[in-house]
Design a protein around this ligand. Structure first.
Ligand code: ADP
Length: 236
């Protein structure tokens, strides 16, 4: 790693946490969740975040996703310093650069699968035809194009998560953040859904930070990290 933040191959990280600290409460009640945490995630890289409940996984994801500010330190997403930027700048960076996948799909129940993937693109101002074409491509990539016209209530759990992943990358973000994306699925379905997600991340050269308790999936990622004493620590 040199001073420009590039690794040996000259590639800059998409996500960088630089000496990030986050505490809750004050004085005697102060809880230090992150204490000078550093993390880099590079294009095409899948990083598993595995830590016991309460260790700070959600806090780390929220800070990386620009949903929460660190008390100290900085966050860079796609080359843009965001930790101390204004709220409107942070929102703009988040909209363009970051996709989120949650344990519960959060798809809009009134809309079909393809519409759910189109909506973020329409909000961004893309013409309907273009949005529909990209949505269908992403659904095909996630192997769920046959269910495009179905509403979420008509889909299986695995299908819903495939659609949620397609929606998260609809606007071609650089960073994908996921919190137990397969946590509600049986192990076999979880494996298939993860396979689709991993292929998409690698093919699009996204950087992905994925909180999971599933050791099999963590083992299939490029790196495994945890949070220990408020710091990000590499496992294995
Ligand atoms: P994890 O996702 O690993 O379970 P969290 O990041 O949700 O952990 O929480 C880490 C610690 O910080 C927990 O002890 C939690 O209770 C505390 N915490 C999280 N958010 C807040 C908040 N807004 N106010 C006070 N304490 C919080």
């Amino acid at each position: 790693m040199d001073e420009s933040g590039e690794n040996g191959g000259g590639v800059a990280p998409i996500l960088r946490l630089d000496a990030v600290s986050r505490h809750f409460g004050e004085a005697n009640n102060r809880l230090d969740v992150l204490v000078g945490a550093d993390l880099d995630v590079y294009p095409g890289e899948l990083v598993a975040l595995a830590a016991p409940s309460g260790a700070g996984k959600s806090t780390l994801l929220h800070i990386a996703g620009l949903l929460e500010r660190p008390n100290e330190g900085d966050v860079t997403v796609g080359g843009r310093l965001a930790g101390q930027a204004s709220d409107s700048e942070r929102t703009a960076i988040r909209r363009v650069q970051i996709g989120f996948v949650y344990q519960f799909h959060h798809l809009l129940g009134e809309f079909s699968a393809v519409e759910n993937v189109m909506i973020p693109q329409l909000i961004r101002g893309l013409p309907k035809k273009v949005a529909e074409q990209r949505a269908m491509q992403l659904l095909a990539y996630m192997k769920v194009e046959g269910r495009a016209s179905h509403r979420p209530s008509e889909l299986s759990g695995g299908e819903r998560q495939r659609v949620a992943i397609a929606r998260a990358v609809a606007n071609a973000p650089r960073l994908l953040l996921a919190d137990e994306p397969t946590g509600n699925l049986d192990p076999v379905t979880a494996g298939y859904v993860f396979e689709g997600l991993a292929k998409l991340v690698r093919a699009s050269k996204l950087a992905a930070l994925i909180a999971t308790h599933n050791n099999d999936l963590a083992a299939r990622m490029d790196r495994r990290i945890t949070i220990r004493d408020g710091k990000v620590v590499e496992l294995d």
